[in-house]
Write a protein that binds this ligand. Structure first.
Ligand code: NAD
Length: 355
């Protein structure tokens, strides 16, 4: 499997190194041969080439079977016009990786902030919405009409809403068969109204899947109150981004949440969290999110190529991570444990080798 590796910014280097160790270990167990091709994006790339996302990276991604993408320090980038390109945005919109799949669940023995066990997946549309870098044909969707007035355009299309809804219902069929559509159609009458119209149409095709609708502000409260009542949550880009951080923090830590950006032919594994500059270079980062994202990428590729070794590899990683998280002495600092990033990934590798 050809994987393009892009460590990104902040804690990216550390958690990517940890993830590669785990992938190498699982590759040996399952007879998968990985070819890792390394490229640079983000602030390092900007220093070298004046852009945070060189064209060659996009070309190499298209020639790969999958991408391992670290977090990026987008907040610290210069303007788009001077080379500060949102790498995640490029992958999601230019490469049409429209389905940002973000699971969150509680772990055995790991303290959570929910008060009950839960297991849900947020299906986030990732190519449009309130994201100025991906919602215009030309130009940017955010602008100022005078020095004291800033405007932002939100784009919602039937096509993007329909296909993310379809992915949500297909996924729900393999799980507990329930989809919750999250919206704000009471205020965003046209945009969220269109999103809901498309989700409802898809829901009609899946009579075996329970369907409900929730307004996003109430949803934030409901997620905290009773997260176990949700299975697959389908939402537009911005709403899903916020709710998924909430859900993963409820599960124990933002550092525990895997995620993939999946299109029809390509998939990028990317941690749910950001580049955590406050702990970068200190060996404190929890690599679990990117490791689980890597496992999701293998599962996605296994389904695409109909090769069972990849789903087996995904299961092995998930099992090893769960086992390591169980003991408090093995966890990283965000979960109150003593392990550094590298020590934690070594525990996972040992677990895989011992299987
Ligand atoms: P963040 O997710 O980087 O950090 C939020 C908090 O969670 C911080 O306290 C951080 O230390 C902690 N944290 C995050 N990941 C962790 C991990 N793996 N282990 C332990 N603790 C972890 O959010 P932020 O501080 O708002 O953003 C920092 C930068 O990341 C910004 O430039 C932002 O634009 C960018 N960002 C990138 C992505 C992405 O690349 N997909 C997503 C969100 C934010």
């Amino acid at each position: 499997m050809k994987v393009l590796v892009l460590p990104g910014d902040g804690i990216g280097e550390e958690i990517t190194a940890a993830t590669l160790e785990v992938l190498e270990a699982v590759g040996k167990k399952t007879d998968i041969k990985f070819e890792f091709n390394h490229e640079v994006v983000g602030l390092k790339s900007y220093e070298i080439s004046g852009t945070t996302c060189p064209d060659i990276v996009v070309e190499k991604a298209l020639a790969s079977d999958g991408v391992l993408l670290g977090p990026i320090s987008h907040l610290d980038y210069t303007k788009f016009e001077t080379g500060g390109i949102n790498v995640s945005g490029v992958f999601r919109s230019k490469l049409d990786l429209y389905a940002n799949v973000r699971p969150a669940h509680t772990w055995r023995n790991v303290p959570n902030k929910a008060g009950e066990d839960f297991d849900l997946v947020i299906m986030r549309e990732a190519t449009e919405g309130f994201y100025p870098d991906r919602n215009m044909f030309a130009g940017c969707g955010e602008f100022m009409t005078d020095p004291n007035t800033a405007l932002s355009v939100r784009k919602i299309t039937a096509h993007a809403s329909e296909r993310i809804a379809r992915r949500a219902f297909e996924l729900a069929r393999t799980r507990r068969k329930k989809v919750t559509a999250v919206h704000k159609a009471n205020t965003f009458i046209l945009t969220d109204g269109l999103f809901l119209r498309e989700v409802r149409n898809v829901a009609d095709e899946f009579p075996d899947v329970e369907f409900e609708e929730k307004i996003v502000d109430a949803m934030a409260a409901l997620l905290i109150r009773h997260p176990s009542s949700f299975d697959v949550i389908c939402a537009t880009n911005f709403h899903a981004d916020i709710l998924s951080d909430l859900a993963s923090e409820l599960s124990g830590s933002l550092g525990l949440a895997g995620s993939i950006n999946a299109g029809e032919n390509l998939c990028a594994a990317q941690a749910q969290h950001g580049s955590a500059p406050d702990i970068a270079g200190q060996g404190k980062a929890n690599p679990t999110s990117l490791i689980l994202s890597g496992a999701m990428l293998l599962d996605w590729y296994g389904q695409k190529s109909q090769d069972l070794r990849y789903s087996k590899a995904c299961q092995i990683i998930n099992h090893a991570v769960a086992t390591c998280l169980e003991s408090a002495e093995v966890r990283t600092a965000d979960l109150g444990g003593p392990s550094s990033t590298g020590q934690f990934s070594q525990h996972i590798v040992n677990e895989i080798n011992a299987l």
